[in-house]
Design a binder for this molecule. Structure first.
Ligand code: HEM
Length: 470
């Protein structure tokens, strides 16, 4: 028998040996071997991949982590290299404001925008990119945009009166709020809006693109090679896929805006920094930080981050207000983003007698925090009055708001929190003051967290929140 005919068997045998050695190392030698958790999850990343991609349609790992917590306690090894902690009072240790913690490298490729502040894993690079954006998103800056946001809200209300009131024609809240969020952020980012709020039936290619981008999150996170592979395939071929076609269109739209801005002579651009990208272009960032590619990444990131989160929050709040008329005008944000966002410390963490080695990704998340029955008893019942009168947490000392982490905490906390609050206040107040709504073939399962696609998504066959305007 020729020697070369044995090669496949030699390769297969070596690979098998390598896998066995890897599993033995992960289970018995790795510095994380002492942490509790399912052995299979510690042995292979495929465990997480199975829950994110396959089990019950995917997006199920966040919920699986909650089950692990119930079985193994407040600290769990959730995959070969990462720990998850479920202890409300420890949140501020991991998400400390000025701590020099990195984020996950694999997240850089998640939305194919590695150069955006949102994706930047390295703490120092993130700090510089973030610092130039911060001034645009302060409370006072956002308040100055209040009249513009109110004008969009008024446009929506006028349409509700003209096209829906008194008719048996349900309004799709998910789509309607997506249009609001999209118009607000594109206008504030570029000084141009897409007029999504005027679109037929609140359905637009832009919102479809954003929705698909969010849905692709597990595919691109679990298989790091997907994004580089996609980048090798011409867009016109990628656009044949119904998943990627709207994403490509969405990205091209934003790329076009950036190109337009860069084409303007610098003098024309210097209009006092009215839009996010004027602020960026007039900032003191070095030239290599202001390339077309980097600005395109920042554009997708800022528009994307503003979109699904705000749409979800508005839809959920309005559903609960309509379903419970006695809670009119009091609101609480649900989970925010449910997917964990680990931090990597250059120093050790100490938790519950464990020493967590430097360089280990450690996370908590808003799903575990907001469903913690010690801090939020009866957490699945919508009782927004619990937030009235500056309440204390169950220990009677700390403010309850310390545990409200829908916008995250620390150096990577939500950049657009004030903008989101502004949209929520103006939109919800206008809708609830001006209209009487009735839910149409909609119940809690249309808003409750079923699967995670970065943000909490309702059951797959949900048609969204639909209401009749009386
Ligand atoms: C209700 C609405 C919103 C919720 C619940 C929300 C939630 C969050 C959360 C939890 C994070 C932190 C992720 C992490 O720890 O890694 C985040 C980051 C971010 N959010 Fe929001 N967000 C909302 C609206 C917005 C809006 C309107 C904008 C508009 C610009 C925005 C822009 C961003 C950006 C750019 C980041 C990344 C910040 C960084 O990495 O430094 N978000 N958001």
């Amino acid at each position: 028998m020729a020697v070369w005919s044995l090669l496949p068997a030699v390769f297969a045998g070596s690979y098998l040996l390598y896998c066995v050695a890897l599993v033995v190392h992960r289970l018995y030698i790795s510095p994380l071997a002492k942490f509790p958790g399912p052995k299979l999850a510690a042995a292979t990343q495929w465990y997480e991949t199975y829950y994110e991609m396959l089990y019950n349609g995917g997006g199920m790992f966040t919920k699986r982590i909650k089950e692990m917590r119930e079985q193994y306690g407040p600290i769990v090894r959730i995959n070969p290299w990462e720990l998850h902690i479920d202890e409300p009072d420890y949140y501020e240790t991991i998400y400390a404001p000025s701590a020099p913690y990195d984020s996950l490298k694999v997240f850089e490729a998640r939305f194919n925008i590695p150069k955006a502040a949102f994706s930047t894993a390295d703490h120092t690079a993130h700090k510089h990119r973030r610092a130039v954006l911060n001034p645009f998103f302060t409370k006072s800056k956002i308040q100055a945009h209040g009249p513009f946001i109110q004008s969009l809200v008024d446009t929506i209300c006028a349409r509700l009166t003209a096209e829906y009131a008194g008719r048996q024609k349900p309004v799709k809240f998910n789509g309607m709020f997506a249009c609001l969020a999209g118009d607000v952020i594109t206008n504030l980012a570029f000084g141009k809006e897409y007029d999504l709020c005027l679109s037929e039936d609140w359905e637009t290619p832009f919102t479809k693109g954003m929705t698909n981008l969010v849905s692709s999150t597990h595919l691109t996170t679990q298989f790091e090679w997907v994004v580089p592979l996609m980048n090798c395939i011409p867009d016109r071929i990628m656009a044949m896929s119904p998943l990627f076609q709207p994403i490509i269109e969405f990205r091209h739209g934003l790329n076009h805006r950036i190109k337009e801005l860069l084409k303007k002579r610098p003098k024309e651009r210097d209009t006092g920094g009215d839009t996010v990208f004027e602020v960026l272009l007039n900032s003191k960032l070095p030239r290599e930080e202001l390339t077309e590619e980097r600005l395109q990444h920042e554009a997708v990131s800022i528009v994307g981050a503003a979109f699904d989160t705000t749409r979800q929050a508005l839809t959920m709040v309005c559903f609960h207000i309509i379903a419970n008329p006695d809670i009119y005008q009091r609101l609480r944000i649900g989970y925010g983003t449910v997917q964990r966002s680990p931090r990597i410390s250059p120093r050790e963490f100490h938790f519950n007698g464990y020493t967590i080695p430097p360089g280990t990704p450690v996370s908590q998340d808003s799903y575990h925090m907001h469903s913690n029955e010690r801090v939020f008893p009866d957490s699945t019942t919508y009782r927004s009055e619990k937030w009235l009168g500056d309440p204390k947490s169950p220990d009677g000392v700390k403010q309850l708001s310390r545990y409200m982490v829908a916008f995250g905490r620390g150096a990577r906390m939500c950049l657009g929190m004030q903008m989101a609050y502004c949209e929520l206040y103006l939109m919800v107040a206008s809708l609830m003051r001006r209209f009487e709504f009735e839910l149409f073939e909609t119940d809690r399962s249309d808003v409750d967290f079923y699967r995670d696609a970065l943000t909490p998504q309702a059951k797959p066959d949900s048609q969204g929140v639909r209401v009749l305007v009386k």
